[in-house]
Design a protein around this ligand. Structure first.
Ligand code: DX5
Ligand code: ZN
Length: 216
């Protein structure tokens, strides 16, 4: 079984609770919450209040918060208080990485570090032993519905090998263009967690798609 983290960026925001409930009931173990600031990425999505409301409706869900923002250090606390389970931020952000990891831990959240397609795996190496999750972007962050970039598979393989060689335990997550065709390749390359937005919420039957991806 693979951990599925449906990206609610592709959900119908008018019926957000129902969309989340549906995928959770279908076996999704996480909800992927994409935060965009219009600065780190050229798009704006949703922020703290929407997470807080969702968390109030669905308090037991695992909130996999993907911060595509320039200053995660300043926003870690409000997102943690709103209900984030894991705070995932970008290695390419403008804040100090160690200070941000320390802050996230001090707030009682799990830590995740993310790399964009242009960033090599080697740049993550100093931080790997402190991470609960590593997210490999298989598209440029900012928009759902883009095509999967196969170079992410090499990164997943490299990270899986480093994890094995160093006896580490972080989860490996992949995000962007993951669908029924690309997901098996990601799992074969070592991914433990699949983020899928349009593949799930754009499917005729999102519950069936969640179950199909989770069965990989
Ligand atoms: C992209 C986001 C993704 C996005 C994935 O910037 O980080 O999580 O929602 O969407 P799909 O699965 O449609 O590529
Ligand atoms: Zn994401």
């Amino acid at each position: 079984m693979t951990i599925i983290s449906p990206s609610i960026l592709s959900a119908d925001f008018g019926h957000l609770y129902a969309g989340c409930r549906l995928v959770l009931d279908a076996g999704a173990q996480m909800l992927h919450y994409d935060v965009m600031d219009g600065h780190f990425v050229p798009n704006i999505s949703f922020g703290v209040p929407v997470l807080k409301s969702l968390h109030q409706c669905l308090p037991d869900a695992f909130y996999d918060v993907h911060l595509m923002i320039s200053h995660p250090l300043a926003y870690a606390e409000p997102f943690a208080k709103a209900g984030a389970t894991l705070l995932n931020f970008h290695l390419e952000c403008e804040d100090d990485i160690q200070a941000t990891l320390d802050k996230i831990r001090s707030l009682g959240c799990k830590t995740g570090l993310t790399i964009k397609p242009g960033t090599p795996v080697s740049a993550l190496e100093p931080w790997l032993d402190q991470l609960d999750l590593v997210l490999v972007m298989s598209v440029e962050p900012g928009f759902g519905g883009q095509s999967f970039q196969p170079a992410a598979l090499d990164k997943l393989r490299a990270l899986a090998e480093i994890r094995r060689a160093r006896g580490l335990h972080f989860l490996l997550e992949v995000d962007g263009g993951v669908d029924k065709n690309t997901a098996p390749q990601c799992v074969a390359a070592g991914a433990d967690v699949l983020v899928a937005g349009s593949a799930i919420f754009g499917a005729a039957d999102p519950a069936e798609m969640t179950r199909a991806l989770a069965a990989l």
